[in-house]
Design a binder for this molecule. Structure first.
Ligand code: HEM
Ligand code: HEM
Length: 203
């Protein structure tokens, strides 16, 4: 994660995209806390809320014999596919407008660790929903969206492949849990103990 800026004069927060549009890529002249763009922050917190709900729902669902399980599964699949679409959108934003969306950060070991963690998070945000989607194809269970539209199946029916993908989906979600705990822990460490601007940039 980024290092604290040396001083924090009056002036509050600045959206980095705004600064970039104004032609000052290195930030807003009168403030030191440079935030992620509004679109980036919105997608980040929507994705975070969805992913935490899906992890909780997934774990509760697999051990449950209750009648809500089938409804839970429908919600789980719809939520998981939404994460996939949001992540594709976010990666598209990063690929096309990355310089205007992410604040500049000084190079450091912490910065390198943040890049590795963020990259792995992005990889999992793509692979976890994909294994879920592919698993449904291998199980021969089409995914039907509200309105009756059936999504194309990524794989054809194969019970052995289904077993492997089901296992992979479970293992990958545990890796995702671990990374999220590390990531949120680091963000809170910055916000509550170091009291620098890293957490503030995403708020
Ligand atoms: C970021 C997205 C997702 C997350 C975080 C997530 C999380 C989870 C978790 C934690 C489990 C329990 C795994 C275990 O303990 O073995 C699970 C199971 C499952 N997930 Fe996902 N999932 C996501 C996306 C999807 C998608 C897109 C689909 C399908 C379209 C899907 C279909 C399933 C199915 C069918 C199960 C097994 C349910 C059961 O056997 O009771 N998931 N998921
Ligand atoms: C629950 C799932 C979460 C996921 C999947 C997630 C994912 C990500 C990703 C991929 C980035 C990199 C953004 C980029 O540069 O493109 C990021 C940044 C960030 N996240 Fe999260 N996040 C989650 C939860 C949280 C939580 C709970 C917090 C706070 C406690 C948090 C705080 C931050 C902060 C402060 C940054 C900016 C870090 C920096 O600029 O170095 N995130 N997150």
């Amino acid at each position: 994660m980024g290092r604290s800026h040396p001083s924090r004069p009056l002036g509050g927060l600045c959206d980095f995209a705004t600064a970039a549009r104004a032609g000052s890529r290195l930030g807003c002249p009168s403030v030191t806390v440079i935030r992620y763009s509004r679109a980036h922050r919105l997608v980040h917190w929507t994705t975070a809320a969805l992913v935490l709900s899906l992890l909780g729902l997934g774990l509760t669902m697999i051990d449950s014999l209750a009648s809500w399980r089938s409804t839970g599964l429908v919600i789980h699949k719809a939520g998981g596919l939404t994460v996939f679409v949001l992540t594709a959108f976010r990666l598209g934003l990063l690929a096309t407008r990355s310089r205007a969306l992410t604040p500049p950060r000084p190079r450091s070991v912490q910065h390198a660790a943040a890049i590795v963690t963020h990259t792995l998070l992005y990889v999992l945000l793509v692979i976890v929903p994909l294994t879920g989607w592919a698993m449904q194809g291998a199980a021969g269970t089409p995914i039907v969206l509200p309105g009756g539209y059936a999504l194309p199946q990524i794989l054809s029916q194969n019970i052995v492949v289904y077993g492997a993908l089901r296992e992979a989906h479970g293992v990958l979600t545990r890796v995702l849990w671990t990374l999220i705990l590390l990531h949120a822990g680091a963000a809170l460490y910055h916000g509550l103990i170091r009291r620098d601007d890293v957490l503030e940039r995403m708020l």
